[in-house]
Design a protein around this ligand. Structure first.
Ligand code: ACM
Ligand code: ZN
Length: 764
C-alpha cells in the first residue's frame, strides 16, 4: 500500500513539473523577477499565464495541517470551503512534503493548469500561504511563476514592551498576527521592568496586586515623571493572567511564532521590589514603588545578590514562567544594573568575598550565571542583554547586542557565543521615524524606515565565524512614549515590514526602491487589519544653509518615487505647484510650503517653513565649531530639540562669533533656548555677548546668568532670550555660553549631564 502511494505521488509530481516546464520562461535568468510579496522571496521566475482558484478547485493534500492551509487559501481567494485530505492526481493544487527542503523553506510553482506547493514541514507550508495570500489578486488568481524561498536568519524577532505601556492582550494578538504575515518567528515579551510587572505569578500574588499598578502622571513625558510618594494611589496598569499568557502563546504557535518571555534581572526590578521589598538590598533606604517614569535615583534599586531568598524567589517565578512558555529561549535581561547598593550592601559584599569575586561587575556575572544555570538545567536556552559581556559570560548564553550598533555582542562572539543583533540606533522603534516636526514626541533621531531597511548586521571586518554565530535580528518596540494601542502601532508599522526584509532576505536580494513597491502593495493588508501605520516616509526634511548672504533650502524625502512640489505665496502646495528639483536660494523672508506628490495626489504632510530674516541671517560664523551656521539660517527649531534646527553642546564653555560682514547698527541680540526637563535639556547657565569691529578687541554688550530654578524648570518648551546691547555699530558679535553641569539631586535624572541647545541668533 505504501509503495503504491509513493509511485502515485511520483507520477503526479512528474505531471506537474512537465506542465511548468512547458510554460514559457520569461527573459530572466537571474530568478529575481519582481513580485509584490514582503519579505521578498529568495528567488522568483515569472511565467506566462495565471491560475484561478475557485469553488471547484480540487486539492491534493497529505494531512490535516495542509488542509487547514488550503482552507485559508480558499478563503483568501473568496471561496470559503473545506477541502478534504486526499492525494489525487486529478487535483489542480498539490501540497507535497519535500524533506529535502530546509525548515521554513518552501517552493511554489504556479502554471495555468496547476499549483504545486512544497515544504518539508508545517512552518514551510504556513509561509507558503503567507506568500500566496500576497500573490492572489482580487479574483482569486495567482500569477504563473516558480518561487523558491527560505529565510536568511532563523531568529527574526520583535520585542514588545508591555511594562512601560501595558499593551492589552488583544493588541498583542493583533501584532503577532501581523508579524506572522511577514514571516517573523519570535516575539520577545518584556514582561517585567521598573514600570510594571505584567505576568500573573500564582505563588507571588503581590507581583500583580502591587507591581502591575502605578501612579498616573498624565500629560508628563516618561523621563519627566516623578517617582511615587508613599500612599499615592496607583491607578494605571494591568497584567496578563496565566490564561491570557496561554492564549498568547497558543495563538503565536499557530502562526509559527515562539513567544520568548523576559524576566529582567538583577535590575529593572522596581515593580517586583515594590511588591516584595525584602528582596532589595537592606541598605536601600528609599521608598520603593512602581515607577511611572525613568526612576531617577530609584532606578538603581535592584535585587540583592547576597540574599539567597532572591534566588529562590526568582527561581520560583521562573518555574511558573517555564510552565507557561514552552519556548526554547528564556530571556533573563541583565541590562543597566547600577551597582550603587551592591557596593555598600553587607550581604552583597559578603557574597563577593565568599565567591572570590573581584568587583560588583563580577558579582553580576555570578548572579546571571547562577540564574542561567537554573534555566539551562530545565532544558532551555538563555538570552541576555549585552551587558553580560562586562564579566565572565554564563555558559551557553546568547547575547542580544543593543548598545550603539550592537558591538558589545561581538565580545561574546569572540568567545564563541551565539548572538542576536538589535542595535538601539536602528532597531529601537521608539526612535523618530521621520522628519521630527511631523512626529509625536519620542526619543532620538535616526530610525527612519530607510535606516531600518538598510541595516546590514554582518560587517565586512568580522572574522568568518561571527557570521555563523549570528542567529538573527530583532526590532525592539519600547513603549515609554506610548499611551495607547494606536501609539504602539504607529511606531511599529511600517518599520516592522522593513525589519522583516532585514531578517528574511539575503544581502543580494534587498533593494530600497523595490521594497517600497512591495510595501505599497502590502499596505492594504495593514489596513484590512485596522493597523495604524505611519506615513512618515512621505514627509520632507529641510536643510537650510546660509550661503553668501542667501539661504539655500534643500528638501528631501526618503522615497525616491515621489515629487516634491512647493509654493512661496502662502498657498497649500498642489499637484500643479512648482516642482522642486534643485536647492532653492532665497535672499529675503519667505514662507515656503512643500509636500510630496505621486500620481497627482498629495502623499505627505505639508512642510511649512518660514524663513525669517534679520541682520545676522545668512551671514558667517567665525571662531566656532562650524555647525553654528545653523543659528543664522532663518529657521526656528521646534520643541523637539533633536529636530536638526538646534545647535547643541554639553561642554562647560562655548564661544562662537557672528561676522555681520560689515559694521552694522543694532541694539538687540536674541537667541532661542529649548527646555526638555526629562531629557536634561536646559538653557545655558549664562550668556555673554561681546562686540568688536576687528574680531580682536571685544567689548561687553550684554550678560546674563540664570538661576537653578530657571535652568531646571519643568516641562518642554522653547523660549526666546533677548539681550539689549544698547544701540551702536559693530561687525563681530561674540557669544559665550556656559553649561549648567549635572542635574541636581531633586531632578528626575539626578547627576545626569545637561545639554544646552540654541537656535537662531537674531540681531536687530
Ligand atoms: C535596553 O535597552 N536596556 C536593553
Ligand atoms: Zn545586597
Amino acid at each position: 500500500m505504501k509503495k503504491i502511494a509513493v509511485i502515485f505521488l511520483a507520477t503526479t509530481l512528474a505531471a506537474i513539473t512537465a506542465t511548468i516546464a512547458t510554460a514559457n520562461l520569461k527573459e530572466s535568468p537571474q530568478s529575481h523577477d519582481f513580485v509584490s510579496v514582503v519579505p521578498a522571496p529568495a528567488s522568483v521566475q515569472m511565467l506566462d499565464g495565471s491560475f484561478s482558484i475557485n469553488a471547484k478547485t480540487v486539492f491534493s493534500l497529505e494531512n490535516d495541517y495542509q488542509k487547514s492551509i488550503a482552507s485559508q487559501l480558499l478563503e483568501a481567494a473568496g471561496y470559503p470551503s473545506k477541502p478534504v485530505v486526499k492525494k489525487s492526481a486529478k487535483a489542480s493544487v498539490h501540497f507535497v512534503t519535500d524533506h529535502a527542503l530546509a525548515h521554513e523553506a518552501y517552493t511554489i510553482d504556479v502554471s495555468p493548469k496547476s499549483v504545486l506547493i512544497q515544504a518539508s514541514d508545517d512552518c514551510g507550508f504556513f509561509y507558503a500561504l503567507q506568500t500566496l495570500k500576497q500573490l492572489l489578486d482580487e479574483d482569486g488568481t495567482l500569477p504563473a511563476l516558480h518561487l523558491a524561498d527560505e529565510p536568511r536568519f532563523g531568529f527574526r524577532g520583535v520585542l514588545l514592551d508591555p511594562s512601560r505601556y501595558f499593551i492589552p492582550k488583544d493588541e498583542v494578538l493583533k501584532i503577532i498576527d501581523a508579524a506572522a504575515a511577514m514571516k517573523l518567528n519570535k516575539v520577545h515579551l518584556h514582561l517585567t521592568d521598573d514600570n510594571g510587572w505584567r505576568i500573573e505569578i500564582k505563588r507571588y500574588p503581590k507581583l500583580t496586586e502591587v507591581g502591575a499598578w502605578r501612579v498616573d502622571r498624565p500629560d508628563t513625558p516618561f523621563p519627566a515623571r516623578r517617582n511615587p510618594q508613599p500612599g499615592e494611589p496607583a491607578t494605571i496598569g494591568g497584567f496578563y493572567t496565566q490564561d491570557d499568557i496561554r492564549e498568547i502563546v497558543a495563538f503565536a504557535a499557530e502562526r509559527h511564532i515562539e513567544v520568548i518571555p523576559e524576566i529582567d534581572m538583577p535590575a529593572h526590578a522596581n515593580a517586583a521590589l515594590a511588591a516584595y521589598p525584602e528582596y532589595a538590598c537592606p541598605v536601600v533606604g528609599k521608598y520603593i514603588g512602581v515607577l511611572p517614569g525613568i526612576g531617577g535615583d530609584n532606578a538603581d534599586i535592584i535585587y540583592c545578590a547576597g540574599n539567597d531568598g532572591v534566588f529562590e524567589f526568582l527561581q520560583n517565578i521562573l518555574d511558573e514562567v517555564l510552565e507557561l512558555f514552552p519556548s526554547q529561549y528564556i530571556h533573563l535581561g541583565g541590562d543597566e544594573a547600577w551597582k550603587t547598593h551592591w557596593k555598600i550592601c553587607p550581604r552583597c559584599q559578603a557574597r563577593m568575598k565568599a565567591e572570590n569575586l573581584a568587583d560588583e561587575e563580577e558579582l553580576q556575572g555570578w548572579f546571571m550565571a547562577r540564574m542561567c544555570d537554573y534555566v539551562r538545567g530545565k532544558g532551555r536556552e538563555v538570552i541576555g542583554w549585552d551587558e553580560l559581556t562586562n564579566s565572565r559570560l554564563p555558559e551557553g548564553v546568547i547575547i542580544a547586542g543593543w548598545q550603539g550598533m550592537g558591538q558589545a555582542a561581538l565580545k561574546a562572539a569572540a568567545q564563541g557565543h551565539r548572538f542576536i543583533m538589535t542595535p538601539a540606533r536602528l532597531m529601537y522603534f521608539i526612535r523618530y521615524q521621520g522628519p521630527q516636526w511631523f512626529e509625536p514626541a519620542t526619543y532620538f533621531a535616526g530610525g527612519s524606515l530607510k535606516d531600518v531597511y538598510e541595516y546590514e548586521p554582518v560587517r565586512p571586518q568580522w572574522p568568518a565565524e561571527y557570521e555563523n554565530l549570528l542567529m538573527g535580528v530583532q526590532a525592539c518596540m519600547w513603549t515609554e512614549f506610548c499611551n495607547s494601542t494606536e501609539d504602539v502601532e504607529y511606531q511599529l508599522f511600517p518599520r516592522l515590514v522593513a525589519l522583516s526584509e532585514v531578517a528574511w532576505c539575503g544581502r543580494g536580494n534587498k533593494n530600497w526602491e523595490a521594497f517600497l513597491k512591495r510595501l505599497d502593495a502590502f499596505v492594504p493588508q495593514l489596513e484590512e487589519r485596522n493597523i495604524i501605520y505611519a506615513r512618515s516616509m512621505y514627509n520632507i526634511q529641510q536643510t537650510v544653509t546660509p550661503e553668501d548672504g542667501a539661504l539655500s533650502v534643500s528638501l528631501s524625502c526618503i522615497r525616491p518615487d515621489v515629487e516634491i512640489r512647493y509654493t512661496t505665496d502662502g498657498s497649500t502646495p498642489a499637484a500643479e505647484s512648482a516642482l522642486y528639483e534643485v536647492p532653492l536660494l532665497f535672499r529675503g523672508p519667505v514662507t515656503l510650503k512643500a509636500a510630496t506628490f505621486a500620481g497627482g495626489r498629495r502623499t505627505g504632510a505639508v512642510l511649512e517653513l518660514p524663513l525669517r530674516w534679520n541682520k545676522a541671517t545668512a551671514k558667517r560664523i567665525v571662531n566656532g565649531r562650524g555647525d553654528e551656521r545653523l543659528l543664522l539660517n532663518g529657521v526656528r527649531g521646534s520643541v523637539k530639540q533633536t529636530d536638526l534646527e538646534w545647535c547643541s553642546w554639553d561642554k562647560d564653555d562655548v564661544t562662537f562669533t557672528v561676522d555681520l560682514g560689515e559694521s552694522t547698527e543694532f541694539s538687540r541680540v536674541s537667541m532661542g533656548f529649548v527646555t526638555n526637563y526629562g531629557m536634561a535639556v536646559t538653557k545655558p547657565a549664562s550668556v555673554r555677548i561681546e562686540v568688536s569691529d576687528d574680531n580682536g578687541n571685544f567689548t561687553l554688550a550684554a550678560e546674563r546668568s540664570y538661576t537653578a530654578e530657571e535652568i531646571f524648570a519643568e516641562g518642554s518648551f522653547t523660549e526666546n532670550a533677548v539681550f539689549e546691547t544698547g544701540a551702536g555699530c559693530a561687525r563681530y558679535i561674540r557669544i559665550s555660553l556656559a553649561g549648567a553641569g549635572p542635574c541636581p539631586a531633586d531632578h528626575t535624572r539626578p547627576g545626569k549631564a545637561t545639554k544646552y541647545y540654541v537656535d537662531e541668533v537674531t540681531v536687530e
